[in-house]
Design a protein around this ligand. Structure first.
Ligand code: SF4
Length: 469
């Protein structure tokens, strides 16, 4: 047997799953990427990495490739001398250059591995830079330690969001005097049209909302012929006042755990967490929670939209029924997707999340156990795309769902890949379509069903090449 055949065997799969010291194509990125993504949602904010230049190039490159938009961000270019003497001098010079050249309203600072291994103290260095006159006393600098040897991009998102809220809200908490608004945290959501959709639903319900962080315009700004550097949609004033909101809802619990806890414990807010509420039932729960927290009813216009999504689901459910799915990505997205697939009568079989934890595994297995469609499903926390390939070729499924990195395993297994997640670098415009809400549900149903039907047309013999499907 040659090697190409052997890597498709159960024997190889067992060896592959016994591997401990090597990761091949993890379904995650490192913390600062998530920190940059979060920072870009705030007004006039410059993402700044205290660390080496190559890391920032990687984050910018990944974000720019997915969204096909420029992504401005800087580093203070730590090199060998900083590794020996620490990065204080880099930060003093870096903050001055960043402020002089790019005139931000806020600098959102995270760290690369190098700065964390050395143990640089961000708060002390920022204070040193202010004393040295690098930046004015009035310029907010939000410091987030984002060591990449712990967690992933979703941890970095959470750390940065918490740092920004704490920095901007200093001295602004009014001890229970609420501003009447609801905070919504989207989490690390590659499909940023979801933010516009959530704002639209909130507007239909008459609920004033602060999105933390609103990066829709950063990654989907109009082509005007003029370059503008900053598009972050959450104003600094709104972010500072978010501690006085009536409550906070997160769309991605694993990507915002610390921040949500802070809003509840430190600022006495009502809080609620969802795991990327895809599909009709999960989005119903989200809207009902908003209604419960704000006292605002759900209007008939939303009920009509829901009815249309239900109609779309009814039209397509026979194409999902009994189909076996594999999926990979962030913990929240996997929970949302598995719930949606089961809602449509499909069967989630392999669910891989490199940044999934033991808690996530228990949550996913409980979700699978809650439906007859989940009986053949298994959650794989900490596993990577090479593990997933072994699963696909030894325990076949009908479709893979995940980001562009899944295309190789899907090709080897001879199944279609529907692209959801980050990064998507080989298809266009998918971030401009929602995956949440009733319109998002219709998009998911359309993409998945039509991928199956395209596959059927492509692979069937002439006698079964039908006009009606
Ligand atoms: S893992 Fe560390 S060295 Fe690599 S890109 Fe991320 S921060 Fe930089």
């Amino acid at each position: 047997m040659n090697t190409a055949e052997w890597i498709n065997t159960v024997e190889y799969k067992e060896l592959n799953f016994a591997r401990k010291a090597l990761v091949v194509n993890p379904t995650k990125a490192c913390q600062p990427l998530g920190a940059f993504f979060c920072a870009s949602g705030f007004e006039g904010t410059l993402p700044y990495e205290h660390g080496s230049q190559g890391c920032t190039a990687y984050f910018r490159n990944n974000l720019a490739r997915h969204y096909r938009e420029p992504f401005p961000a800087v580093s203070d270019s730590m090199t060998e001398d900083a590794a020996v003497f620490g990065g204080r001098a880099n930060m003093i010079e870096g903050l001055k250059n960043a402020n002089d050249l790019y005139k931000p309203k806020m600098i959102a600072m995270c760290t690369s591995c190098m700065a964390e291994v050395i143990g640089d103290d961000l708060k002390a260095f920022i204070s040193n830079a202010r004393d040295a006159g690098s930046i004015p006393a009035s310029l907010p600098v939000a410091p987030a330690h984002t060591p990449s040897f712990i967690g992933s991009h979703i941890t970095g998102y959470d750390n940065m969001l918490l740092a920004i809220v704490k920095t901007l809200s200093e001295g602004k908490y009014k001890d229970g005097d609420r501003n009447g608004k609801l905070n919504v945290i989207p989490g690390f959501d590659a499909h940023i049209e979801n933010i516009r959709e959530v704002k639209r639903y909130m507007s239909m319900m008459g609920v004033p909302v602060t999105v933390l962080a609103d990066n829709t315009e950063t990654f989907d700004s109009p082509l005007s012929g003029h370059y503008e550097m900053y598009h972050g949609g959450t104003t600094l004033a709104e972010a500072g006042d978010s501690v006085n909101a009536i409550g906070t809802i997160s769309m991605q619990a694993y990507a915002s755990a610390k921040t949500v806890k802070e809003f509840g414990a430190e600022y006495g807010q009502k809080t609620a967490e969802f795991n990327y509420p895809m599909g009709i039932a999960a989005f119903d729960s989200f809207l009902m929670k908003v209604s419960e927290m704000t006292g605002m009813p759900i209007p008939a216009s939303i009920t009509d939209e829901r009815g249309r999504a239900l109609d779309a689901a009814t039209d397509a459910h026979q194409y999902f029924h009994g189909k076996r799915f594999s999926m990979f990505g962030d913990p929240d997205v996997m929970l949302g997707l598995a719930r949606f697939i089961m809602e449509m009568g499909g069967e989630p079989v392999h669910i891989v999340s490199t940044n999934g934890t033991k808690k996530w595994e228990r949550e996913m297995q409980a979700l699978l156990a809650s439906s007859p469609y989940g009986s053949s499903g298994t959650a794989y926390p900490g596993k990577d795309l090479w593990h997933l390939r072994s699963l696909l070729v030894t325990e076949p499924v009908d479709m893979l769902i995940g980001d562009s990195h899944g295309k190789y395993a899907a090709k080897d297994a001879g199944i279609p890949l529907v692209r959801i997640g980050f990064p998507i670098t080989d298809r266009v415009n998918l971030h401009r379509y929602a995956t949440l809400g009733y319109k998002g549900t219709m998009n998911l149903i359309t993409w998945i069903t039509n991928a199956f039907l395209d596959e059927l047309d492509r692979t069937c013999d002439d006698a079964h090449f039908e006009l009606l499907r």
